[in-house]
Design a protein around this ligand. Sequence first.
Ligand code: ITT
Length: 200
Amino acid sequence: MITLYSATSNPGKLREFQMAGRDFSHSGMDFDIRPMPVKIPPPEETGDTFAANAIEKALAYSKHVSGYLFADDSGLEVDSLGGAPGVHSARFAGEHSTDAQNNALLLDRLRGVENRTARFVCAIALVREGELTRTFRGVVEGEILDQARGATGFGYDPLFYHPPFGCTFGEATLEQKMLVSHRGQALEQMFIYLRNIVSI
Ligand code: ITT
C-alpha cells in the first residue's frame, strides 16, 4: 500500500484522484490517496507552464506532510484563443471566479467563432520529503460547444465535447471521463511509475 497526499483545494480534482486510486488498486498495488491533513492556503501559481506550477504547488504543500505527495496543475487550451485560458483556467474570469463565471466568459469569447478545437492538459508533480521525484503529463482533445450540456465533473466539463464519446465530459460518467482524460492519463503514469519503483 502506498499512501499519497494530494495537494489540491479543488474537491472535483480530489474526487477524481481518489476514484483513479481505487480503480488502479485492482492492478496489483493499493493506493491510499488522502486529502491534506491540514488546511493550507493555496500557494501563488507564478509559472507559465502547467509543469512549473505543479512543481511549485507540490513543493509548497510538501512542507506540511511527510512521504509522497502530488499536485496537479491543469487547464483548458483553446486554439482560436491562442491557447487561453491555459494556466489561468481556474481564474479566467477573475481572481476568485466560479466555474459558472469562467464558462460564461469562455462562451462569450467564442461567440461566432468557427474553430472550436481545444484540449485539456494536466501536469502532475510527485514529491517525496520535499524533493521532486518526477512529473507526468496527460492531454485530451475536444471541442467547445456553444452551450453547456450535463452536470457531472467540474470546471469546463459541460462545455467540453469529446468526439469519441459523442457527448461532453459533463454528460459522461466520472468513470468514463477518467478512462480518457488528461488527469486519468497523468495519474495512470504516476501509479505505474510508483508500482515499478516500489516493486524493485
Ligand atoms: P488546485 O490548484 O488547488 O489543485 P485549482 O482548481 O486552482 O485547484 P488549477 O490551478 O490547476 O487548479 O486550475 C485548474 C482549472 O482548470 C480548474 O479550476 C478548471 O477550471 C480547469 N480544469 C482542469 N481540469 C479540468 C477538468 O478535468 N474538467 C474541467 N475543467 C478542468
